[in-house]
Ligand binder design. Structure first.
Ligand SMILES: [Cu+2]
Length: 150
């Protein structure tokens, strides 16, 4: 008994370190969002786009089931479809990022549509987005508005 008590006391700091390490790992989001941006648009334009890189660092698929923003009336996920030589945008119910994969939202491909901006967003402004995953987790990101390079 005395021995096991000593044993526990001896290893208690090590156990704490172990739990701390596990804690840090759990706090690392499975979904990493980078290179987020929204092209600055003329003030008359009432629909903005947002692009970003979504990286799934976990070994399970991630589904984003909703995106909300306090800065616009509504947010939609769009893909682009070519039909009869015409390009059209199709609303998607969700965004799926397979385990270990990266999904790039970029001009001419899947993108986020920001409908009815609440103000005129200029280069350097931030648009707040909240991504809701199908497991209920939420992730808030700030999308910087930038002038287009071209
Ligand atoms: Cu669109």
């Amino acid at each position: 008994m005395t021995f096991s008590f000593r044993f526990a006391r001896l290893f208690f700091p090590a156990l704490c370190l172990l739990f701390a390490a596990v804690g840090v790992q759990a706090a690392t989001p499975a979904l990493s969002v980078s290179r987020a941006w929204s092209p600055e648009a003329p003030p008359v334009v009432k629909v903005l786009a947002a692009y970003m890189l979504l990286e799934n660092r976990s070994d399970a698929d991630i589904t984003i089931k909703a995106i909300h923003s306090p800065d616009v009336d509504s947010v939609e996920i769009h893909s682009i479809r070519a039909k009869d030589g015409m390009m059209s945008m199709v609303k998607q119910d969700h965004l799926r990022i397979p385990a270990g994969k990266t999904l790039s939202l970029q001009p001419g491909e899947i993108h986020i549509m920001l409908i009815g901006p609440h103000k005129i967003f200029r280069d350097g402004d931030l648009i707040s987005l909240t991504l809701t995953l199908d497991n209920g987790e939420q992730q808030q990101i700030d999308v910087p508005v930038r002038k287009r390079d071209f």
